[in-house]
Design a protein around this ligand. Structure first.
Ligand code: ADP
Ligand code: MG
Length: 726
């Protein structure tokens, strides 16, 4: 029987093909189901009408210091006392200037409502002397509070739009607005849709799970998420829908893992041979116990006859590279090749350097393949890989290109996984188009981002996990201090003192897309200031950032790595792994702009040698409460896991650095990996319970689950189904 929820959204009364296109493009809504799952992102108590005079007061701004873009939506009610069109010359609108200002007055005061588009329509609709309800977000402009493009209802209209109860706020893109989709329209659509399908919504969770976890039925949840009659009902709906998402996410991950294990076959690597031993016995230090343990764990996987899929978690500096090398050698000793993939060229280069050092005593052939490998060399490398004369290939995303083929890829290692999506991982899975075996290579993912357990089991829910929980001996914890801009001279003096005693210094600038231009200007200015302060030839300053040509980047990187440069000014690209043991100071500029995990990563760049090391967090004068807390926390602990937990708590709705959900098997619409840890645990348990009885979900009883899984994976437009090859 066809499911009414699969109906295309264009068939809903009042939508049609044109508007359907907008919905598809802007919010990925194609069907009735998609629309119903387009949830409000917050809910307002619309039973409350604020006195206009109170709007500027703190209570409605959630205690924020000043009204800003994040302040709350409020509802006000008043009479139109004044209408004024501005920004017109000779009756013609001046582009970007024309606007309509409507003054609304209640018993306590007045406020201006400002409109920039649809002026004629609004002006006709809002009649002088009549009463209206306005619903919007107060903003500050010219030192005056006003409300830009609020939703407007006449008191009689308001009754149809949830006024008097809880009302949802949907996120609306600019293009949606232009295409006629305001919050009000979306509400109308949802209301229409719910009335139409309410009796046809099929339950998506089995009864026993609903009972065990006390969840409300789907139909009820969907109504209450859009039109909750009260807080309690809203919470029940959220709980149910979050649980469902997380449950299916876990189910999908665990089922995948079961499928992989059931298929069984993996390349059997029984030897620990000559090359492994040659490397092992010439190491300048002995392995830490944690390194030994994780190597043992993975060796077991690699000889088990099943495909290894393992996550190696270890704080910065814990020695993951060496582990990667030794495991690669196991592959080589068994007649296979290995590849090590890094997220950036700088890192790939660095890996090559350290790996080559480790392999001095062996005759293992290593090569590097990145986006900037020259055509001629590339051709040669590709040939050698296919023919098998290269044992270990180090590289970037370039390794994923289809033309990269191996004779026999036995182990694929991905460094700093959080930059790679699941689908990218799966490309490596399928790389083995070799002649010797048709089996997928073993896969090891390394991450230095300590992530909380709840998060790990989602992001890597289909992987086994090994943890290096110990740093090599002789490291002294990095001393971390916060410094204000006004203390810059002292910071420079301190840098000079360290450099004079032979150390090197990192100076890192934030760089994000949204403010790229300004960020580069800051870096440039900072670099000039340093060159001015630390004059050549006595002091050499290197600089590395994304705008430089790869060659120039390389030269400066080499200058610093080889100890010839004293200072390296860089963007946060160096965050993920550059190893310069002689560097003892990390200066982080605009530190308040980094998240805790990122700060921790950056700090991990120093303190790798025997010298006492320092991390200086620079910031301007104004710090929000949260930034202050973050910087204080950084100064007080070097425990990466603790910082990750705190990061997750503080960051609220945002996801932890680098763990955005792109790459999740199922899109999350409502659940948050960082905030819904409790539901996540429950969902995991529930999924485990189901799969314990029916590992591959083949019983008839579980059809409801496989149906929904299929639906979800289909809906998550990004999902690449790699069960086919795993
Ligand atoms: P990660 O990649 O985990 O951040 P690296 O692999 O870059 O860490 O290792 C950091 C530094 O520690 C490197 O200089 C490496 O040579 C060194 N190292 C690795 N293992 C040991 C060990 N067992 N004892 C001493 N130093 C080690
Ligand atoms: Mg590393």
């Amino acid at each position: 029987m066809a499911d009414i929820l699969d109906t295309e959204i264009k068939y809903l009364t009042g939508i049609g093909p044109k508007r359907a296109e907008t919905l598809a493009k802007e919010i990925n809504v194609h069907s009735f189901r998609d629309m119903l799952y387009y949830f409000p992102f917050r809910w307002i108590d619309k039973s409350r009408v604020y006195p206009i005079s109170s709007i500027a007061s703190e209570q409605i701004f959630d205690g924020e210091e000043a009204p800003g873009p994040t302040s709350s939506y409020v509802q006000i009610r008043g009479i139109v006392t004044h209408k004024e069109a501005a920004g017109f010359i000779n009756g013609r609108p001046v582009k970007g200037k024309s606007r309509l200002i409507i003054t609304l007055k209640d018993a306590t005061g007045t406020i201006d409502l400002v409109f920039f588009s649809g002026l004629k329509w609004i002006s006709e609709k809002l009649r002088q002397g009549e009463e209206y309800i306005a619903f919007g977000r107060p903003t500050m402009f010219n030192n005056q509070i006003n409300m830009v493009h609020p939703e407007i209802y006449s008191p009689s209209e308001a009754l149809n739009y949830g006024t008097g109860s809880m009302a949802g706020i949907y996120s609306i893109t600019e293009k949606m607005k232009n295409g006629g989709f305001g919050i009000k329209t979306i509400m109308k659509i949802q209301s229409l849709l719910l009335d139409k399908v309410q009796d046809h919504i099929k339950e998506t969770l089995p009864d026993d799970i609903l009972n065990t976890y006390k969840l409300c039925p789907l139909a009820q949840a969907l109504r209450n998420i859009h039109f909750p009659v009260g807080q309690k009902e809203l919470e029940a709906a959220q709980r149910r829908l979050k649980f469902e998402e997380l449950f299916y996410l876990q189910l999908s991950l665990l089922k995948q893992k079961n499928a992989r294990l059931a298929k069984g076959s993996g390349i059997m690597m029984l030897n620990v041979g000559e090359k492994f031993n040659a490397c092992y016995h010439t190491l300048p230090y002995s392995l830490t116990n944690a390194q030994k343990r994780v190597i043992r764990e993975m060796r077991e996987d690699m000889r088990s006859g099943k495909q290894m899929n393992r996550l190696l978690q270890g704080d910065v500096g814990s020695g993951k590279t060496l582990v990667a090398v030794l495991l690669s050698l196991i592959a080589v000793d068994n007649g296979y090749q290995a590849c090590i993939m890094a997220p950036t060229e700088v890192l790939a280069n660095q890996h090559l350097t350290s790996i080559t050092k480790f392999l001095k005593a062996t005759n293992v052939k290593v090569a590097l393949l990145t986006g900037s490998t020259k055509a001629k060399e590339r051709k040669q490398i590709l040939g050698s890989l296919e023919e098998g004369s290269i044992d270990i290939i180090v590289g970037t995303h370039a390794l994923l290109e289809p033309r990269v083929k191996f004779r026999a890829l036995g182990l694929a290692i991905i460094d700093e996984q959080h930059r790679f999506g699941v689908d990218q991982r799966s490309k490596l899975w399928s790389k083995n188009n070799n002649t010797q075996t048709s089996l997928a290579p073993h896969v090891m993912v390394m991450t230095a981002t300590p992530i909380p357990r709840t998060l790990a089991m989602t992001l890597y829910g289909d992987l086994d996990v090994s943890i290096i929980d110990e740093l090599p001996p002789g490291r002294t914890p990095v001393v971390t201090k916060h410094a204000w801009e006004s203390e810059r001279q002292q910071v420079f003096n301190f840098m000079r003192q360290q450099i004079d005693s032979g150390r090197q210094v990192f100076v890192v600038y934030p760089l994000i897309k949204e403010s790229e231009k300004m960020d580069y200007e800051n870096l440039e200015a900072g670099y000039m200031r340093i060159v001015e302060e630390f004059k050549a030839p006595q002091y050499i300053t290197a600089v590395v950032h994304g705008k430089l040509k790869p060659e120039d980047k390389d030269i400066d990187m080499q200058l610093f790595a080889s100890g010839k440069a004293d200072i390296l000014v860089a963007t946060s690209v160096i965050e993920v792994g550059v190893d310069v043991p002689n560097a003892s100071i990390m200066v982080i500029e605009s530190a308040e702009r980094f998240g805790l995990s990122q700060l921790h990563q950056l700090r991990g760049r120093v303190g790798r040698g025997a010298n006492k090391s320092f991390c200086i967090l620079m910031s301007g004068y104004k710090l929000s409460k949260e930034s202050k807390k973050r910087l204080e926390l950084m100064c007080s602990t070097t425990d990466g896991f603790l910082l990750a937990e705190e990061d997750m708590k503080m960051r609220g709705p945002g996801d932890i650095e680098g763990t955005s959900q792109s790459g999740l098997a199922i899109d999350l619409h409502i659940a948050s990996l960082s905030r819904d840890g409790v539901f996540l645990q429950q969902a995991r348990l529930a999924a485990e319970a189901v799969l314990n009885q029916d590992p591959l979900l083949i019983s008839a009883k579980n059809k409801i689950l496989t149906d929904r899984l299929r639906q979800l994976r289909h809906d998550g437009k990004d999902i690449k189904d790699y069960s086919a090859i795993s």
